[in-house]
Ligand binder design. Structure first.
Ligand code: M6R
Length: 574
C-alpha cells in the first residue's frame, strides 16, 4: 500500500511526478506529497488526492512523490510524505517499519525531534544521522537497522542522485534517455519508457540522470537486468468509460479469451493441492477447488493466506501450493509462498502482474492475461484467474479445456446492463443484503457480496444456502433482500426450496437463473436470466452480472467506485 515515485533527468520533475502519482494513486489515496530539488528542496503535501496538485508547479529536474494509505499515524498533513529532516534530506516510503518505536526512542535520546507520528520518518532520521559524505553509504548503514517491509527513496539537497532500497515492497526503475524514473509500479512511467529494471529485495539502487547502479545491502555490485514491458499506455486508461471498474468489467470477453491461450508450465501431477490467496483471488481459488476436485479428482485444500501463514500448516509429500494474486504483491500471499518454499514444497503462482514479487519467487507461474487492473474492486482479474484454474484442472485430468463457447456467451451477459440497472434502482436503499448459493455457486455468492460491500458500503453477507436454517434465516425480513444464485445445477431443487423458505418469511429475492426457467419467476421478485451452460462453467457467466449489480448500486449511491474508502489496490502490508 502507498505508491512511491521518483524522477531524475532533464525535464521539469513536477508534472511528471503528478501524472505518475495519478497512476499509482490506486495503491493508497489518503494523502499525497511531492518534493522536488534544484539547489534547495521544495515540498508540497496535503491530505486528499493528487487532483489538488494539478495547478501547481515546483521547480527542479529531480524529485520524489508519494500517495499514502495510512498505517502508522492518522490521516493528516504532518503524516503525509515526503518528510524533510535537517532541511537537507527527504524521503518517501511504502511499507511498515516494525521496530520504529525502539529506533525512535534511540533517536530521541540523541536529540532528534520528529514532525510526524509515522514509522517512515524514522528511516530518514537514521539516514541523516549516518550521513558523512555519501548518501548511498548512509542508506546502506541504515537498512541494517530496519526491521519490516519497505521500498523507500531518498534525496539530499545539493546531490543529484536518488537512492532507493527495497525489502519486501515493489520497486522498479524506468530507464529513459538521459533520465530515470523509479516507482512502485511501471504504470507510473509507462508513457515515458518501457525499459525497466526490477529492484529485488535486499538491493539498493543509486539513480542519477545518466546511470543506475545496483548493489546489495553489503555493498557488492549487481549488474542490473534491463527488460522491456509489453503492455501499453491505453490499457491503463479509462478509454471513455466513467470508471476503470466498468471498463474492466466490459473487457472480460477479451481478457478471458486471452487467458485461454496462456501456456501452462510442465507440471508433474501433484497428490494434493493447497490453494492460498486473499479476497477476490481467494474466492477464485474456492471455485478452483470445486473444479479441480470434480474434473481431476485430486484433493484440494483451500486456505486464506493471512490464516495459513500463522498456523504451522502440515505439508505432505507430493503437495503443490498454488498462490493466486492479481498484483503479485499481496503480503500474506507472498508470505504463504515463502512458507511453502521453506518446507521445500513446490509452488505455482497464478498471477496477473508480470515480474511481480510472487511471480518471481514461485517455482512456476501461470500469467493471467487480464492486463492492468486499476479499479480497486477486482473484476477481470477474477474471471481470468478462473480460466487459469479451469485450464489447470483439465490439464491434470489429461484433457484440454476448451472454454471458447462460454467466453463468447459473456458478450451476451454484458448486454444485461440496463436490466440490472432497473433492478438496482429498486434495491439501492437497502442497508443489508444476503447472497446465497450452493456448491460451485457458493464462492460466487462470497464474491458478489464482497463486490457490493467494498464499493457501495452496503452490508452484505454470503452463505451456502443450506446453512440458512442454521441461523441466518432469522435475519430475513422485507428489509433484507436475498440474491439467490439458482442456475440449472445438481442442487437446483434444493436452492428452489431455500428461496421458498425466504419468500414464506416475506423476504425479497433477486434470483440469477438459467434462461427458460419460468417457475422461478413465479416466486421471486426479480430474475436475471443467464444463458444455459454446464454447471461447472457457470461461474464464468454469473460473476459478470454480480459485478454489474454492485457497480450500479455504488453508482446510484454516488460512491467513489474506483477508489473506495479505506481500501487500496495492493495490500502489501499485513
Ligand atoms: O492482488 P491480489 O489478487 O493478491 O489481491 C487480493 C485482494 O486484496 C483483492 O482481491 C481484494 O479483495 C479486492 N479489493 C477485491 O475486489
Amino acid at each position: 500500500m502507498c505508491g512511491i515515485i521518483g524522477y531524475v533527468g532533464q525535464r521539469e520533475a513536477y508534472p511528471l511526478l503528478v501524472s505518475g502519482l495519478e497512476k499509482v494513486e490506486y495503491r493508497g489515496y489518503d494523502s499525497v506529497g511531492i518534493c522536488t530539488a534544484d539547489d534547495t528542496l521544495h515540498l508540497l503535501k496535503e491530505v486528499g488526492r493528487v487532483e489538488q496538485f494539478k495547478n501547481h508547479l515546483l521547480p527542479g529536474t529531480m524529485g520524489i512523490a508519494h500517495s499514502r494509505w495510512a498505517t502508522h499515524g492518522g490521516v493528516c498533513q504532518k503524516n503525509a510524505h515526503p518528510f524533510i529532516v535537517r532541511e537537507k534530506f527527504t524521503l518517501v516510503h511504502n511499507g511498515i517499519i516494525e521496530n520504529y518505536l525502539e529506533l525512535k526512542e534511540q533517536l530521541r535520546g540523541r536529540g532528534d525531534v520528529f514532525s510526524s507520528d509515522t514509522d517512515s520518518e524514522v528511516i530518514l532520521h537514521l539516514i541523516a544521522q549516518n550521513f558523512k559524505t555519501d548518501l548511498l553509504s548512509a542508506v546502506r548503514q541504515t537498512v541494517h537497522a530496519l526491521r519490516g517491509a519497505y521500498a523507500f527513496a531518498v534525496m539530499a539537497k545539493g546531490n543529484s542522485e536518488i537512492v532507493a532500497a527495497r525489502n519486501g515492497c515493489p520497486l522498479v526503475i524506468g530507464v529513459g534517455n538521459g533520465e530515470h524514473f523509479l516507482a512502485s509500479d511501471v504504470a507510473a512511467f509507462i508513457e515515458h519508457t518501457k525499459n525497466v529494471i526490477y529492484v529485488n529485495d535486499f538491493e539498493i539502487a543509486r539513480v542519477t540522470k545518466e546511470t543506475v547502479k545496483i548493489s546489495d545491502f553489503e555493498g557488492r555490485g549487481i549488474i542490473p537486468k534491463q527488460r522491456e514491458i509489453f503492455w501499453n499506455v491505453e490499457q491503463a486508461q479509462k478509454q471513455g468509460y466513467p470508471h476503470f471498474m466498468l471498463k474492466e468489467i466490459m473487457e472480460q470477453p477479451l481478457t478471458m479469451e486471452e487467458t485461454l491461450h496462456v501456456p501452462l508450465p510442465a507440471l508433474p501431477t501433484p497428490k494434493r493441492m493447497i490453494i492460498v490467496a486473499c479476497g477476490t483471488a481467494s474466492y477464485a481459488g474456492l471455485v478452483g477447488k470445486y473444479v479441480i476436485e470434480k474434473v481431476a479428482r485430486i484433493p484440494v485444500v483451500h486456505e486464506t493466506a493471512s490464516e495459513f501463514r500463522y498456523k504451522e500448516p502440515l505439508f505432505l509429500p507430493g503437495d503443490l501450493v498454488i498462490l493466486i494474486s492479481q498484483s503479485g504483491e499481496t503480503a500474506d500471499t507472498l508470505a504463504a509462498a515463502r512458507l511453502a518454499k521453506e518446507h521445500n514444497v513446490n509452488t505455482l503462482g497464478i498471477v496477473n502482474v508480470v515480474e511481480s514479487t510472487i511471480a518471481r519467487e514461485v517455482d512456476d507461474v501461470i500469467y493471467t492475461r487480464a492486463g492492468p487492473e486499476i479499479g480497486v474492486a477486482s473484476t477481470k482479474a477474477f474471471t481470468a484467474q478462473l480460466i487459469a484454474l479451469y485450464k489447470l484442472a483439465y490439464h491434470f485430468a489429461g484433457k484440454e479445456f476448451t472454454g471458447k463457447k462460454v467466453v463468447l456467451l459473456t458478450e451476451q451477459v454484458l448486454q444485461l446492463r440496463e436490466e440490472i440497472k432497473k433492478i438496482a434502482e429498486r434495491y439501492v436503499n437497502n442497508q443489508h443484503f444476503l447472497y446465497i448459493g450452493r456448491n460451485i455457486f457458493y464462492p460466487l455468492a462470497l464474491e458478489g457480496a464482497l463486490k457490493l460491500k467494498e464499493i457501495s458500503y452496503i452490508h452484505a453477507e454470503a452463505y451456502p444456502a443450506g446453512e440458512l436454517k442454521h441461523g441466518p434465516i432469522a435475519l430475513i425480513s422485507e428489509e433484507m433482500p436475498t440474491i439467490a444464485l439458482c442456475l440449472e445445477s445438481e442442487t437446483y431443487d434444493k436452492m428452489f426450496s431455500n428461496i421458498q423458505e425466504i419468500k414464506a418469511r416475506k423476504g425479497k429475492v433477486i434470483a440469477f437463473a438459467s434462461e427458460g426457467d419460468a417457475k422461478i419467476k413465479e416466486i421471486c421478485d426479480d430474475v436475471v436470466y443467464l444463458p444455459k451452460v454446464d454447471e461447472l462453467l457457470s461461474p464464468l457467466l454469473v460473476a459478470i452480472p454480480l459485478q454489474l449489480f454492485a457497480y450500479t448500486v455504488a453508482l446510484l449511491k454516488g460512491c467513489d467506485i474506483d477508489k473506495p474508502r479505506n481500501l487500496a489496490k495492493s495490500v502489501t502490508v499485513e
